[in-house]
Design a protein around this ligand. Structure first.
Ligand SMILES: C[S@@+](CC[C@H](N)C(=O)[O-])C[C@H]1O[C@@H](n2cnc3c(N)ncnc32)[C@H](O)[C@@H]1O
Length: 277
């Protein structure tokens, strides 16, 4: 990485958004049980694949919280994103590649929590003078939905019971404001994905980042948005280590004959690039 002003800014932005410049309370402020529950879900065999199996060992050794925060393994008390530094690096790579190669379209995250990953996307655009592209910020702003019986893979999900995952719209807007990154090209889509993602304002996308944790939330986002992803655009899946999310991705890809290689980002995330032709 060069030490250009843009890179220095983006590096600082990542460290600030993840709160990794400072020590953080050892457990989330609002709901200590939430973090344990999330990790335990993974360790209890809900997570498939060799990568995830390796993580079970890591969880059980109770590594320092600082490292967990860098790797996006906690629901942090103070940070504005929970996705960790490597997934932010991946997001920077995807947005910068799209800009460099002229991949047409806007950016979206579905499932934003405190807004940190969207703030970072906006920061990357600002750093490269690409403020004409929109950043869509899609969330219920009241947490995850109750399982819908039409999605059996979500049957046992209890994500909707965690208040720590419900962040109000005003708080997310205020977070954008704090970084000086709130303008008319940040477009909020409040509501359930099944109702909001068909918005005709979403026309063409260069980067779509899905972070809705559940089968239904992932499938609904893929169904509504993937047809709008430009050739050469990036589809990022934050929760590929979670079995419900992974199944939604695998089902969608099989149904729509999507064959581009899925590449791992870290212990949780994965992404692929839509073919250019
Ligand atoms: C794990 S958090 C997202 C973390 C975030 N990307 C970050 O950078 O820290 C999941 C978010 O998805 C939202 N969500 C999940 N399913 C949803 C749905 N079907 N409709 C609307 N919002 C949903 C929740 O409200 C929550 O804010």
């Amino acid at each position: 990485m060069t030490s250009s002003p843009a890179n220095l800014y983006l590096d600082l932005l990542k460290k600030t958004l993840t709160f990794t410049l400072w020590p953080e309370p050892p457990a989330p402020a609002e709901d200590p049980g939430a973090r344990l529950s999330f990790l335990e879900r993974a360790a209890l065999g809900h997570v498939s694949g060799a990568l995830a199996r390796a993580e079970i060992g890591l969880f059980s050794t109770r590594r320092p919280v600082e490292e967990d925060r860098r790797e996006g393994k906690t629901w942090p008390a103070c940070a504005h994103t929970m996705i960790g530094l490597r997934r932010l690096d991946n997001l920077q790579f995807c947005v910068e590649t799209a800009l460099l190669e002229g991949v047409q379209g806007d950016l979206i995250e579905t499932g934003v929590w405190r807004g940190g990953a969207c703030i970072f996307m906006k920061g990357v655009l600002a750093a490269h003078g690409a403020a004409d592209r929109k950043v869509f910020v899609a969330d219920s702003f009241r947490g995850l939905p109750e399982p819908d019986q039409k999605y059996p893979a979500d049957r046992d999900s209890n994500f909707h019971t965690f208040p720590a995952l419900a962040v109000p719209l005003e708080e997310v807007k205020e977070n954008f404001r704090k970084y000086g990154l709130l303008d008319d090209n940040v477009v909020f889509l409040p509501g359930w994905f099944k109702d909001t993602l068909a918005d005709p304002a979403i026309n063409r996308l260069a980067v779509m980042r899905l972070d809705g944790d559940m089968y239904g939330s992932t499938l609904e986002a893929l169904t509504a948005l993937y047809p709008k992803l430009s050739p050469g655009g990036f589809c990022i899946i934050d929760d590929y280590a979670l079995p419900g999310c992974r199944k939604a991705v695998d089902d969608f890809r099989a149904r729509h004959a999507v064959t581009e290689e899925v590449r791992a980002i870290d212990w949780a995330g994965a992404f692929w690039r839509k073919a250019k032709t």
